[in-house]
Design a protein around this ligand. Sequence first.
Ligand code: ADP
Ligand code: MN
Ligand code: MN
Ligand code: MN
Length: 339
Amino acid sequence: MAKYKLEYIWLDGYEPVANLRGKTLVKDFPKFPTLKDLPNWGFDGSSTRQAEGHSSDCVLKPVASYPDPTKENGVLVLCEVMLADGKPHPTNARATIIDDPETWFGFEQEYFLYKDGAPLGFPKGGFPAEGQGRYYCGIGYSCMGDIAREIVDLHLDLCLEAGINHEGINAEVAKGQWEFQIFGKGSKKAADEMWMARYLLQRLCESYGVDVEYHCKPLGATDWNGSGMHSNFSTKFMREKGGKKYFEKLMEAFDKYKNEHIAVYGPDNHMRLTGLHETQSIDKFNWGIANRGASIRVPNSFVPAGYKGYLEDRRPNSQGDPYKIASRILQTIKTVPQK
Ligand code: ADP
Ligand code: MN
Ligand code: MN
Ligand code: MN
């Protein structure tokens, strides 16, 4: 027997953006525990806006587990929050995702690293004199600073060691702004791993005195880019059958439900979806081939392949919940007959 440190991780009940929470359970196991070895646990929902004080117990149900790369015998235990009667808690968006092992999602998470209330590398109380331009995929101390790359590279290693399908990194357009991509096969997989990747990034940043700023427009109405979380998706039907007719019907459905999509694509998105800075306006829906100013970008390969492949919804923002985003996309897809 050895003692294992199980870090139970869940999303709290804060609105409009849930926070990650975690607490540790130490338990003996004869060997490294798998998901089915991990018991349900509980927490005080009155401290997380998930319950009233007089009946405060919520249930943590493990749904995925990952080795914790920073600890000996450590396990990261991703949980859904359940009510005492076994039903999903109203804050549990994961439980609303249609189960489909053949749906694939790829999320591109943009974010800022913040220190003392400003993006890493900003001069005190002001903006970098030269404005945007050199930072996107930039190299060198004068534009990239000294600790940001160490953080993003360490984050990549942590994700890979935990078995998360982290696909890549790029420095983004604004100073202090970065992106990473997570891809997963199965309707919940990429969203699970996105939450775990966010967890690992935030926990790593603690020791640098740095915060991860996910707000979609942290620098307000300036000429500095905001952050998105482009959501790439494909179903088996889209990849293998597709076709122009189906694509057009699908886009009609995305247009019809545009308000329902925007409602779960992250708060304050009107600040970001302005029609500028490679975005479409928040109240319009359009699609376009290789068009970075469209709501949905159709990759170049899609039409020559016979309207087959994946699509990129560019509207979700960096603070969006990948569970809610995946859930909404699949609900809209479901309204369109596959023929
Ligand atoms: P860009 O910045 O040009 O939009 P990225 O490489 O940052 O491109 O992101 C593309 C995303 O699309 C990746 O997350 C990738 O995993 C995802 N993707 C690629 N193929 C598929 C597919 N068939 N279904 C769903 N997502 C996909
Ligand atoms: Mn990208
Ligand atoms: Mn990007
Ligand atoms: Mn993109």
